[in-house]
Design a binder for this molecule. Structure first.
Ligand code: MN
Length: 487
């Protein structure tokens, strides 16, 4: 059993341009607790009033997880953590010459050891669990790291962390280091990795293989620079590839990932392992027909394991099987001749280098089958005001199943205002806009604008397109198309 220290709320929040409010931090902490992490590093109590408040608030929630604050080897950092009612501190001392010189100019290695011992003893006197970390340990003299850890353990540190602060560790080294640490120390040892070379997960896993008791991770791998080891990657690699258990409830991973993405506004790349939009999406015809027969053919794990569902995307590689799957979902049936016609038309769009949206496929199917579908949501009217000094504002009139709804909203721009007004009018349908993309603007200011949107309702995701010379109308059209497919 490997312990999970999640530092989404500390190292993760140090991601450039991320700042969470106290309420948002509490929401994420509660989600992490439900997910089953052992330690929540909730922030740095000394950093600001908001950080202090967030740690205090999270500590008051009675969560199962240990609540931890980051600290330097300074009395005021320890006091702030203790005053915020944290259970523990992750306290780091610089261990490489680069860090010692920059942070404590003029101090020797011996001085660092003395200051660390003093800080650990003080933290223990304030009733804190102390996880003591050697910062930049992967670029430090390993003998010094061992000496520093020896002194820390003598001073009653509860756990030790080897931090690969700038992500330069390699798996072979991680393995040797943790073998040595396990041989020498009885207290639990942890690894903290960064992803500067894309090695964060593999280094973390190799440390565990060699005996590490605890791993530092963040949801979606967010964190300083290229980020930290990703919780979802480390947990799934340990459990699925190495058979090493954690307490993480894997079926909750995807939802927590989405929550963190939403609140931090750090978008998960589509090709990100485990949680990326494409991680369980299939397009090519040969893959899709095999997947529909036996999902093991092209999926290492089933999407349900981590709480998500498979997505079949149609494109120019679309095969009969995937079109049939979509037809089934829509409740349509085609004869072989109609089917060939549908496939030919889908491929025609793809071959032109265009993205085939779900709306295109539905439109093609309905055209070929000559089905006229009444749209559930109709746009009756749209008015947008925009200017230099006034906030862009939009009002809409929608007809939903015959019922008229009128709403108005403001936005950062006219498109945002229009979409906000529509969202307001349909807020009871719980439809979420995942992505908005202006595909092609060619020619002059009167050229055709292609807008592609991705919308989600529950587990269902659709893509839809709007094509107009007016960017606001193209955006609204795309949104309405997607909406009609979802509800
Ligand atoms: Mn870090």
């Amino acid at each position: 059993m490997v312990l999970i220290l999640d530092t989404t709320l500390r190292d993760g929040e140090q991601t450039p341009s991320v700042a969470l409010s106290v309420e948002q931090k509490v929401m994420i902490a509660e989600a992490l607790d439900n997910l089953g992490v052992d330690v929540i590093e909730a922030g740095t109590a000394i950093a600001s009033e908001g950080e202090f408040k967030a740690i205090k608030e999270i500590s008051s929630k009675g969560l199962k997880a240990e609540i931890c604050s980051f600290a330097r080897i300074r009395k005021e950092d320890i006091d702030a953590a203790a005053d915020a009612d944290a259970d523990s501190i992750f306290m780091v001392a610089p261990s490489s010459n680069i860090h010692i010189k920059a942070k404590f100019p003029g101090k020797s290695e011996k001085d660092i050891i003395e200051m660390s011992v003093e800080a650990i003893e003080y933290a223990k006197s304030r009733g804190l669990i102390v996880e003591f970390g050697a910062e930049d340990a992967s670029r430090a003299n390993f003998d010094f790291v061992l000496k520093l850890f020896d002194a820390a353990v003598d001073a009653k540190a509860d756990r030790l962390t080897f931090a690969d602060t700038v992500g330069v560790l390699i798996p072979e080294k991680a393995e040797n280091i943790f073998k040595a640490l396990k041989e020498r120390f009885k207290v639990p040892v942890a690894i903290h990795c960064h992803d500067d070379f894309g090695f964060a997960t593999v280094n973390t896993v190799f440390a565990v293989k060699a005996g590490a008791d605890e791993v530092h991770v963040t949801v979606n791998g967010i964190g300083e620079r290229a980020g930290n080891a990703a919780l979802e990657e480390v947990v799934m690699a340990l459990e699925f590839l190495y058979g090493i258990k954690t307490k993480i409830k894997k079926e909750m991973i995807y939802n927590v990932s989405k929550l963190v993405e939403k609140l931090t506004r750090v978008v998960v790349p589509p090709n990100k392992p485990i949680v990326g939009e494409n991680a369980f999406a299939h397009e090519s015809g040969i893959h899709t027909s095999a997947i529909l027969k036996d999902s093991n053919t092209y999926e290492p794990i089933s999407p349900e394991t981590i709480g998500r569902t498979r997505v079949i995307v149609l494109g120019k590689h679309a095969g009969r099987a995937s079109v049939e799957a979509i037809m089934k979902e829509l409740g349509y049936k085609a004869n072989p001749k109609q089917m060939n016609e549908i496939l030919a038309r889908i491929k025609e769009i793809g071959d032109k280098g265009k993205r085939v949206t779900n709306a295109d496929v539905k439109a093609i199917i309905e055209t070929v089958l000559q089905i006229k579908m009444e749209k559930k949501v109709k746009l009756e009217d749209l008015t947008v005001f925009t200017g230099m000094k006034s906030m862009p504002m939009a009002s809409v009139k929608l007809k939903i199943n015959g019922e008229e709804r009128v709403e108005a909203a403001v936005g950062v721009g006219p498109v945002d205002a229009a979409i906000n007004a529509i969202r307001k009018a349909i807020k009871d349908f719980d439809v979420e806009l995942i992505s908005y993309h202006v595909e092609a603007i060619t020619g002059g200011t009167d050229a055709l604008v292609d807008v592609i949107v991705q919308l989600r309702k529950g587990n269902k995701i659709v893509t839809a397109k709007g094509a107009r010379t007016d960017i606001i109308m193209a955006s609204v059209e795309a949104f309405m198309e997607g909406l009609n497919m979802l509800i």
